[in-house]
Design a binder for this molecule. Structure first.
Ligand SMILES: Nc1nc2c(ncn2[C@@H]2O[C@H](COP(=O)(O)OP(=O)(O)OP(=O)(O)O)[C@@H](O)[C@H]2O)c(=O)[nH]1
Ligand SMILES: [Mg+2]
Length: 301
């Protein structure tokens, strides 16, 4: 890419699209990608319906990543690693999300947010696809998520998300399946990234069968949301239970790990202090602790 000063720069916005047997839907999606997107990365999940051929015919400049493993989370992780843009946007390939909304996500990143997530239930959002069962499941998981992570989101299981590439190493995407969106958000909150929502409209997939199984994938999201909880007494209880059951605490975010879990030794349990230290209120917006400067330390006589 050549910038306005005639210098060669890398792509600014990368669009990552996981696709498994989405050949009939991809032309609709790819033809609506706005010019603001500099590169498209398609992660093909061993499709057998000509997905890659169709994508290359519609967008000869598309970059294709071939996925060896399985699952949307696994595909996204590969796509993010391959993406070269400063800004990364993820979108589904089935025509349920319109790429024409991408500029709204990028605009919020430009305004200083680190992660922008689409919400079907925020202002300007809608869904003509969600069933009563999925809406109830999403609402229940969202309520739990907001409570455990002290957040105030209006949607959880929706995969239209944009973020700044510089935060990639802090976003945890080690889960292989549809629970990856919840996992990404949990790690963003833990890393104290500025996350915001933007209204987004979801339509029914254009053609083909859903890869999502409501109960199987819903329970995986539930396990991710509860299993990653590590704050307060309930968090301590969850992590102790995890250690007792599987011999390891929740995945520690901060890096992208291989899809296959690496066995790690259980972390030592830090004892909770019996007597709480007196809390000294700090003025708002100022760190409550401060180390003395060298000049303030007692000087040797
Ligand atoms: N590469 C790859 N993509 C996948 C895999 N599983 C799902 N996807 C893609 O992930 C996106 C979301 O999957 P969907 O099947 O649409 O799931 P959903 O949006 O929850 O359900 P519906 O829209 O109701 O079908 C689609 O673009 C799929 O093609 C996979 O194992 N590998
Ligand atoms: Mg879909």
């Amino acid at each position: 890419m050549i910038d306005s000063y005639g210098e060669t720069t890398g792509p600014r916005v990368s669009l990552v699209i996981p696709a498994r047997d989405e050949a009939p839907n991809l032309p609709w999606v790819l033809r609506r990608v706005p010019d603001i997107v500099d590169e498209i990365v398609l992660v093909d999940g061993r499709s057998t319906d000509g997905t890659v051929e169709v994508a290359c015919a519609v967008r000869p400049d598309i970059r294709v990543v071939h996925q060896e493993g399985r699952g949307k989370g696994d595909a996204l992780r590969l796509g993010f690693e391959a993406a070269r843009g400063e800004r990364i946007v993820m979108i589904d390939a089935d025509g349920s999300m319109s790429p024409t909304e991408i500029p709204r996500f990028i605009d919020l990143l430009d305004r200083g947010y680190d992660v922008v997530k689409g919400s079907r239930f925020a202002d300007g959002g809608c869904s003509t696809d969600i069933t009563i069962l999925r809406r109830a499941g999403n609402l229940a998981l969202l309520g739990l998520f907001n409570r455990l992570y002290a957040s105030g989101f209006s949607d959880l299981c929706y995969g239209y998300i944009a973020f700044d590439r510089s935060h990639l190493s802090r976003l945890d995407m080690s889960c292989p399946g549809f629970e990856v969106e919840a996992q990404l958000l949990i790690s963003a909150i833990r890393a104290r990234l500025r996350v915001t929502e933007v209204g987004s409209c979801e339509s029914p997939r254009l053609c083909g069968d859903s890869n999502l199984r409501t109960f199987r994938d819903g329970s995986r999201v539930l396990r991710t949301v509860v299993g990653s909880h590590d704050r307060g007494l309930s968090g301590l209880a969850v992590q102790r239970l995890r250690s007792a059951l599987w011999g390891r605490p929740a995945h520690v975010p901060g890096r992208i790990e291989p899809a296959r879990p690496v066995p790690i030794a259980p972390a030592p349990v830090v004892p909770v202090p019996v007597v709480a230290a007196p809390v000294i209120p700090a003025p708002a917006g100022v760190w409550s602790e401060r180390s003395p400067g060298l000049s303030e330390l007692p000087q040797p006589t």
